[in-house]
Design a protein around this ligand. Sequence first.
Ligand SMILES: C[S@@+](CC[C@H](N)C(=O)[O-])C[C@H]1O[C@@H](n2cnc3c(N)ncnc32)[C@H](O)[C@@H]1O
Length: 305
Amino acid sequence: MNYGAENEAKANFDDVYVQPTPHAYVRKMALHGYQIGEQARPYCLAAAELLKERNGEAWPVQMLDVGCSYGMGSAFVKYGCSFDEIVAFFSSRAPKDYASCCEVMRMWLNVTSPVSDMRCVGLDSSAPAIQFGLDSGLLEGGLSRDLEDADVLPTETDVKWFRSCNFLMSTGAIGYVSERTFSKVLPHLGKDHPSDFGPFALVTTLRMFDIEPIYRIFKQSGLRLTSVPGIRLPQRNFADESEQMQICRILHDKRIDTKKYEDEGTLFADLFVAAPVEQLTQLVEKVKLVESKLSSANIFSFIQR
Ligand SMILES: C[S@@+](CC[C@H](N)C(=O)[O-])C[C@H]1O[C@@H](n2cnc3c(N)ncnc32)[C@H](O)[C@@H]1O
């Protein structure tokens, strides 16, 4: 699927994806109120917890973050960092010099106990971002590949990483990545432990992107992808009025109602999870439970105000 018109309507942040350190990326994302990684975190943690409950030590959780940037999924999900903490870190404590930045990041991670016992592997087309993820210790494995390119196939080593991962996550990347990338990853995902629980996937996608071709690739790979009803997450603020107008027009052309969502100035994403068909209900229930706990907590704090 070519998401040409949708990507054309979106603000372009390509320059900040390929800097040696995350400073510019974090600054730009903060400027636009980017929050999808942090929003998805509790649901990723729930999926990882279910895998851990069912597989125990036999198959520890290994997460593949597709479009991971500098290792953001690891920072959020494994280390439990908030985006505000990351912004504060890169705007004050992290030196711009590459080696010093990696060293300070490693020191930070050393004193930050992981909130989830997992290993993280990142896939991103940006070589500098992957290099930073590896050198800073955010990623245990990193693949800088553009699998959207028809001429690029996963290497033998890439396939080994995919086989060893039992949880795929992706936030803010669909649109840049499509079924072309998933068709090269999913046939291998989790194949090291075919009889265990999983693999699972959790992806967020902006409402304007058609998920159907990706759904088909999951199905061909033996996984069922479904949206989780009732979970719609804010991704970021529109960069300007022109972006809002163009994206709302695309959504309206697809008969998607933007009232209470994009009309208010924020881009929204839907949450999808995937699992082998017989495990899907358990995964969906686990994720919905998180949602109901978060809603109750929000109502409680609203009442207390
Ligand atoms: C908006 S960032 C999302 C980063 C991270 N997942 C998050 O939510 O914080 C989009 C990422 O997709 C990556 N990307 C763009 N094209 C890609 C491709 N063809 N394959 C893999 N990653 C790609 C970019 O380099 C960038 O790191």
